[in-house]
Design a binder for this molecule. Structure first.
Ligand SMILES: C[S@@+](CC[C@H](N)C(=O)[O-])C[C@H]1O[C@@H](n2cnc3c(N)ncnc32)[C@H](O)[C@@H]1O
Length: 263
């Protein structure tokens, strides 16, 4: 396995600030559903969240344009949405205004958000496709759990380790001489880093085996209540030109890992 690339939170900020405009050009995320990841069904189909009650409190990390917090706010939740990128937060502010809901926006990293929220707790702490950019997702999960009220729910969705895996095309022959050709995964336990080194800067997205996530959630004192690996659908609330290019693969390999846990 190649040596893991360094994940530098400061790089994430400048990368997402510069990418923000293009990201929202190629990404369409509905505020009419709670999304878990690109090309997959949202909450309306998956039913993974607790009942959203007016007045319940929610904290979103790595919120982007905060579509999920906006969806929750429309159902009466009192929402805080945090992101490392001021540009992403500016989009969140504009979208919340357009949708006529109030979301408290906070510039905060996955690594240090706890310093800005001391003394506050939430009924739901959630993050869609941001923890893959964290240097230590195990620590982020632990901090997220600390901010939950007893009985509260944590939801994390992230890139699936099979999706980030290194696949090779190949052929094998069994004892009877039957030849199978297909794709073979080289190493499930150490998916290669997805290093994005382009005009926007350099960031690293990293996937981990499902059992690592399960262990981190348990170590944070949580009871894991659901793990979902949904296949792609055509009517997803989150679609992206980038991900649509991977069409065929998404029919056979889960791209997003969703975990729900209770304190
Ligand atoms: C793929 S986007 C997902 C955004 C949103 N959750 C969604 O589904 O559209 C990743 C988001 O994580 C944020 N992010 C990346 N690294 C971060 C970090 N270290 N701390 C906080 N936010 C971070 C980025 O600014 C970006 O808005």
């Amino acid at each position: 396995m190649s040596k893991p690339a360094e994940i530098i939170p400061e790089n994430q900020q400048s990368y997402w600030d510069s990418l923000s405009c293009y990201y929202h050009e190629i990404t369409r995320i509905s505020v009419g559903d709670f999304h878990y990841g690109p090309q997959i069904p949202g909450e309306r189909k998956l039913r993974l969240l607790p009942r959203i009650r007016p007045g319940m409190t929610a904290l979103e990390l790595g919120c982007g344009a905060a579509q999920n917090s906006i969806w929750l706010s429309k159902r009466g939740a009192v929402c805080v949405a945090a992101d490392i990128s001021p540009q992403q937060l500016a989009r969140a502010a504009a979208l919340a205004e357009r949708e006529k809901v109030k979301v408290e926006l906070l510039e905060a990293s996955l690594e240090k958000f706890h310093l800005k929220l001391r003394g506050r707790t939430f009924d739901l702490v959630h993050s869609s496709h941001a923890l893959e950019f964290a240097r230590r997702p195990d620590r982020v999960v632990r901090k997220m759990a600390e901010f939950l009220n007893p009985g509260g729910t944590l939801m994390v969705s992230t890139v699936h380790p099979l999706y980030n895996g290194s696949w090779v095309e190949g052929m094998v022959e069994d004892d009877s001489g039957t030849v199978f050709d297909g794709q073979f995964l080289t190493d499930y336990f150490n998916p290669p880093d997805d290093v994005r080194d382009d005009i926007y800067g350099r960031v690293v997205s990293r996937a981990y085996p499902v059992s690592d996530w399960f262990r981190w959630l348990r170590a944070a004192g949580l009871e894991v209540t659901a793990i979902a690996e949904p296949p792609a659908v055509v009517d997803a609330p989150y679609t992206s030109d980038d991900w649509a290019d991977h069409g065929g693969q998404l029919d056979h390999i889960p791209s997003t890992l969703i975990m729900v846990a209770r304190k």
